[in-house]
Ligand binder design. Structure first.
Ligand SMILES: *[C@@H]1O[C@H](CO)[C@@H](O)[C@H](O)[C@H]1NC(C)=O
Ligand SMILES: *[C@@H]1O[C@H](CO)[C@@H](O)[C@H](O)[C@H]1NC(C)=O
Ligand SMILES: *[C@@H]1O[C@H](CO)[C@@H](O)[C@H](O)[C@H]1NC(C)=O
Length: 224
């Protein structure tokens, strides 16, 4: 009798652990989340002699969650020895060790850079469209015009064709009080851009996307 109740106690614990793990794995996978997601899209606009120029755009496709001050932070790990020569509309929080460079010093040499938005009032020559909101984003469903953020990076020591470029890895997206889990970057159809007069369509040379979803588990570990 006693061993029976012990057994059912153990199976209860097992059941609990099992349900936790299915919950976690459901959060990890990139099945569409009913509450939406945060999508980060990189559009390569030009190849350069040692890399490329890309615009990264962050879309807050979440139904209810806004990204509040002091705003989002986006991180990733470079696949090789890539550096960021310069940035517009955003900045890395640390430059890292650029001692292998002489003369022109990159904006960031970190293997795992962390990027934040610039503040409103940034000089025009450092801005790009949709930048400089201090990382604050509303929800796409409430106010699409204010639900996206963009910055431009000039990447060096990188691939210079769509065959040799290495996608950044291990993306992290953080917002005050929120934790997110990001999937891997995936190559998608190149974005098409319509000129303001709507008379011409241009397209990115290459586009990749990362999807991040809200994680209740990580949120508990992130101080608000
Ligand atoms: C992310 O949200 C957008 C907008 O609702 C949706 O089109 C897309 O399929 C979602 N992506 C994933 C991987 O759930
Ligand atoms: C990046 O993610 C890969 C799996 O995709 C993992 O093996 C690796 O340890 C991660 N690297 C870092 C620096 O977190
Ligand atoms: C890479 O570029 C070639 C043309 O140079 C194009 O045919 C191909 O679709 C591109 N691949 C990707 C993944 O963009």
């Amino acid at each position: 009798m006693e061993s029976l109740s012990k057994l059912s106690g153990i199976s209860l614990v097992l059941l609990f652990l099992l349900s936790c793990s299915t919950f976690a794995s459901r959060e990890d996978s990139d099945t569409p989340n009913p509450n939406g997601n945060v999508t980060i899209k990189w559009d390569v606009l030009t190849w350069t002699p040692d890399g490329y120029v890309a615009v990264a755009t962050i879309f807050n496709f979440q139904r209810y969650r806004q990204i509040q001050a002091p705003g989002w932070t986006l991180g990733w790990t470079w696949a090789k020895k890539e550096v960021i020569w310069n940035m517009m509309g955003g900045q890395t929080t640390e430059q890292g060790d650029c001692s292998r460079f002489k003369g022109n010093i990159p904006h960031s040499c970190k293997k795992d850079p962390t990027v934040v938005d610039l503040l409103p009032g940034t000089p025009y020559n450092q801005q790009i469209a949709n930048c400089c909101k201090g990382g604050v984003l509303s929800s796409w469903f409430k106010d699409p015009a204010n639900a996206l953020s963009a910055f431009q990076v000039m990447v060096g020591d990188a691939g210079t064709t769509n065959k040799t470029v290495r996608l950044p890895r291990n993306f992290t997206f953080k917002a005050p009080g929120h934790g997110y889990i990001c999937g891997p970057a995936k190559i998608v159809k190149p974005t098409k851009f319509i000129t303001p007069d709507k008379r011409r369509v241009t397209q990115a040379l290459m586009t990749w996307k990362v999807t991040c979803t809200y994680s209740r588990f990580l949120a508990q570990k992130t101080p608000s």
